[in-house]
Ligand binder design. Structure first.
Ligand SMILES: [Zn+2]
Length: 233
């Protein structure tokens, strides 16, 4: 918001551009919400009961609701650079991603956890590039994908492989969370590794038996890992 709005009488006020974001908020309330008010009010009355924890990259081109055909109340979402999962080390800290995983599994009792990376991921590319000196948190965060990086010339093909390797790495790290491991081993929780190919509009799902990512149009399941013994209920 510019200062112009706060100064009545400023003769530049009339020329101030419209606040597009405010208009969008009003459009949501006035035009969209009346059509879904019952649905949201039910979700307030009954509480949320999402069955899927979606851990996705922050990239603006991933739209989880579009990909999965879901709506309000159906996805509990964590997003961060790279769709990374920090290790569970049993110590407390200000860790948003770890806290949300614990909440989703222990409180919401989700039945599925999706780790969704994607093509042309800036977080994965960053593994091969220097970062600004001030980006101290980013640099530390990127270490969560380091193991996935390949000692090869950076090519588009190498980046795609790194993106997929990073997804499998996060699935493995999820199994380090005791509440995740217990439920996966009990058959109460399924893990899914997804590599979203933005340009094709298709998710490739990880198949732990073959170790490959299969296009959703050809895969018999929506992703597995990291245990081959797990069978879809
Ligand atoms: Zn990304």
């Amino acid at each position: 918001m510019s200062d112009d709005h706060a100064k009545p009488g400023n003769d530049r006020t009339a020329a101030a551009p419209p606040d597009e974001l405010l208009q969008r908020l009003r459009r949501f309330h006035d035009d969209y919400f009346p059509g879904v008010a019952d649905q949201f009010q039910d979700l307030v009355r009954d509480g949320q009961h999402p069955t899927i924890l979606f851990i996705g990259c922050s990239d603006s081109r991933i739209v989880p609701y579009l990909l999965t055909g879901t709506g309000p109340g159906e996805l509990f979402i964590i997003r961060n650079v790279g769709a990374f999962v920090p290790p569970y080390d049993g110590s407390a800290g200000y860790h948003g991603t770890a806290a949300a995983i614990e909440f989703a599994v222990l409180n919401l009792k989700v039945a599925r956890i999706v780790v969704c990376g994607h093509t042309h991921c800036g977080g994965i590319r960053a593994l091969y590039e220097d970062q600004p000196a001030q980006a101290v948190n980013l640099k530390a965060w990127l270490e969560l994908g380091r193991e996935a990086a390949l000692p090869v010339q950076v090519t588009e093909e190498a980046l795609r492989r790194t993106e997929q390797r990073a997804i499998v790495l996060q699935l493995e790290r999820l199994m380090g969370y005791p509440m995740v491991r217990e439920r996966v081993e009990a058959g109460a929780l399924a893990l899914h590794g997804w590599h979203y190919v933005i340009e094709d509009g298709e998710v490739h799902v990880f198949d732990v038996k073959s170790g490959q990512f299969l296009p959703a149009t050809q895969s018999p399941h929506s992703g597995t890992g990291p245990y081959a013994s797990y069978e879809e209920p």
